[in-house]
Design a binder for this molecule. Structure first.
Ligand SMILES: NC(=O)c1ccc[n+]([C@@H]2O[C@H](COP(=O)([O-])OP(=O)(O)OC[C@H]3O[C@@H](n4cnc5c(N)ncnc54)[C@H](OP(=O)(O)O)[C@@H]3O)[C@@H](O)[C@H]2O)c1
Length: 331
């Protein structure tokens, strides 16, 4: 008899999207070589977009969101993975149009599966999750573009968010001096405890002067919000500094003159955690498990159960959450 399991299911009813915990059957999961019993997942901004029917994320309903999953191989038709092995999946199509980690089982192609890095537990891997992995990839890209700790302070925007908070902690761990930008000044102590050398308000990082260039003050920036805050970071970055761009919570659009690029050699680096080639993916996970392993992962995490996810989706959309929301699927 087919295995039954619990999952959050988003269904389209007319123009609205309804979220319910339902019983599903493993037989209804998409095809793939590896069936994984999910122990932990996490909540990312993109999951909330999927849950409200954002067409850029999910087109097929009913659907189980969850772009992150960590658990144990239950069945594998690919001999490179054995039953009982601890694995994680982030990115690719998981949680987009492939049923994701907000259910007790996922089935995926083996090419998406990452063996749990040594020195990291399943729980820790999902406190990191896509948000933390993206923060890791951003820090990795600063170094790849020769932006080093001695080049100056690194601006981190959307700093209390999943990507932002882990970026602050990782930059600090890697010897950089992160300056956190936030719309939640009451979270200043949280950000300082993560390693921010200073915390500035969102308004201060959102230049409305219309000037094409500002004084170069940042060695680089990890931007998670896009929009005019990204534009401001670019025109405030020092000679040959690196700005990484991964997010869109302020806006998908931004306007810049070419001056920061042609007069200061500023590098703007796009960050994509979804289709990233496996060799770089493993390299970043390896760093997250070893030289960048954070001692304060628990401090960053708020652990919830599958039944609680519904309410947290509304909170992340409203920009109200801080740090990472870990979902424990073990009953
Ligand atoms: N490219 C990739 O591969 C990739 C991977 C993961 C995530 N992302 C993207 O990265 C972004 C952050 O993801 P996340 O999971 O960290 O989301 P999150 O936890 O919701 O954090 C986003 C943060 O952005 C800030 N923010 C919210 N609304 C804003 C606004 N209107 N203007 C300026 N700042 C605002 C808030 O921080 P403060 O209150 O501290 O300012 C919020 O906590 C999202 O856009 C997500 O889609 C991209």
């Amino acid at each position: 008899m087919s295995k039954k399991f619990k999952a959050l299911v988003v269904s389209k009813e007319g123009d609205s999207f309804v979220r319910e915990i339902k019983e599903r059957s493993v037989d209804d999961l998409p095809e793939g070589d590896v069936l994984i019993k999910v122990k932990y997942s996490s909540l990312n901004y993109k999951d909330a977009l999927s849950a409200i029917g954002n067409k850029g994320v999910t087109r097929k309903f009913p659907h189980t969101p969850g772009i992150d999953a960590a658990g144990v191989v239950a069945e594998s038709s690919d001999s490179s993975f054995q039953e009982g092995e601890e694995v994680l999946v982030t990115g690719y199509d998981l949680g987009m149009n492939t049923d994701g980690g907000f259910g007790e089982y996922i089935r995926v192609p083996s090419e998406w599966v990452v063996r749990l890095p040594k020195n990291l537990s399943l729980r820790e891997s999902m406190i990191i999750g896509t948000a933390g992995f993206t923060a890791g990839l951003s820090v990795y890209s600063l170094a790849e573009n020769n932006t080093m700790p001695e080049d100056g302070e690194i601006l981190v925007t959307g700093a209390t968010g999943g990507v932002g908070s882990i970026a602050v902690a990782l930059l600090s761990k890697a010897g950089y001096h992160p300056v956190a930008v936030t719309g939640k000044m009451d979270r200043e102590n949280f950000l300082k405890k993560l390693g921010a050398v200073r915390v500035i308000s969102r308004d201060e990082a959102d230049d409305k002067s219309g000037k094409p260039m500002l004084k170069g003050v940042w060695g680089g920036a990890v931007d998670t919000v896009g929009g005019n805050i990204l534009a401001t970071a670019i025109k405030s970055t020092k000679y040959m500094g690196t700005v990484t761009a991964c997010g869109l919570t302020q806006s998908t659009e931004f306007t810049s003159s070419v001056f920061p690029f042609i007069l200061r050699g500023v590098r703007l680096i796009g960050i994509d955690s979804v289709e990233l080639p496996m060799d770089i993916r493993l390299n970043v996970w390896n760093k997250l498990a070893n030289e960048w392993k954070l001692d304060n992962l628990d401090y960053l995490a708020n652990e919830i159960k599958l039944d609680d996810v519904d309410g947290y989706i509304d909170s992340i959309l409203a920009g109200k959450l801080s740090g990472r929301t870990l979902i424990n699927l073990q009953s």
